[in-house]
Design a protein around this ligand. Structure first.
Ligand SMILES: [Zn+2]
Length: 104
């Protein structure tokens, strides 16, 4: 399973490379064929911001409401890990690649 490079149109991006390309604000990953820099597009940006947004709110709320360390672990630490893993997997398999706008 490979993803199409938006610059040269070749199916060069493996899921892992696609995930490593990051979002629209990152410097992206190089296409193995044409060397062009690609990042994940708008859909990934929205989904990733929503996921990390929820995790951040949970951490914030838990910080003030927790009564013991277990709660802190479950509701503040775990959501961050889940959000990171979810975003990585989402970027691996979903959304379209787009040409990186930001310069290195
Ligand atoms: Zn390419």
């Amino acid at each position: 399973m490979k993803f199409t490079c938006p610059i040269c149109g070749e199916k060069t991006f493996s899921p892992l490379l696609k995930a490593r390309a990051g979002g629209m604000s990152s410097s992206g990953a190089h296409c193995p064929s044409c060397g062009g820099r690609c990042v994940n597009g708008k859909l990934n940006l929205i989904v990733n911001s929503v996921t990390s947004g929820i995790a951040c709110i949970m951490v914030f709320v838990t910080y003030f409401l927790h009564t013991n360390k277990t709660q802190l672990f479950l509701f503040a630490f775990l959501p961050i890990v889940i959000a990171l893993v979810f975003n990585f997997v989402f970027n691996m398999f979903f959304g379209k690649l787009t040409e990186a706008i930001k310069h290195e």
